[in-house]
Design a protein around this ligand. Sequence first.
Ligand SMILES: [Zn+2]
Length: 242
Amino acid sequence: MSTDNPFRQRLRRADVSFKTWLREADARGKDAGGNTDFAIGRDYLWIAFDFSIPLRWIRNVDPVGPGFTVVWQNAVAGSEEQAFFCVLRTGWGYNTKKRDKIVALVREAISKSSALPPQRTVTAAEVLPSCEKCGELSPEVYDLSWLTSFLMYVIRKSDRRVLCRAHGAVRVRTVTVYNLTFGNLGIGLLASPVISYRNIEAGKRNGAIGHAEAAVWMVLVTWPYLLVAAALASVVHFVVTF
Ligand SMILES: [Zn+2]
């Protein structure tokens, strides 16, 4: 990962004054289903953990429908680019109050930013996405979930990675084994198979793991449901033979 590439600045907590999670939105500002990191630094805005934009290149930050848009001049490609985001309210609907606050924060950061991004020429290849482990080009996005559950406690953590197939396979297997081990020690076991199915599906869709391997994982992660089914069957058996 090149550190003087303006679009690939490392997102470090120490460098940002504001950080949150947002939802990606469509061109009408409506939820398009996907979380993304959003962070404001002194000279950069991050619209994903691996995508930074120099604040001085940003042209507009405006509300669109229930969400908002960020428009920037890609000085490398000489084109204008745009992305849409929105904030969901807990439960149902959009949080436009928080949206307004974020729009105001970004505008303020732009007005304060004085640093121009490095004026060196960035080659087109450097702005292409690459695997965050090995740098291989044409990676895929993996949206996985970690699940930890103990007795009545359930913690679910989203995990977005940009990885090549080999590293994607490692990630999917690691998360699946973790969830199999630590996601089933409490009431989380009711949700853990569904979460694991989604993780495995993502791995299969991106070509990281094959159909045969995916099928084996699917069977392995299903055991909590077999347990529940067995418990229900024994209750039914008890009631019927009582
Ligand atoms: Zn890789």
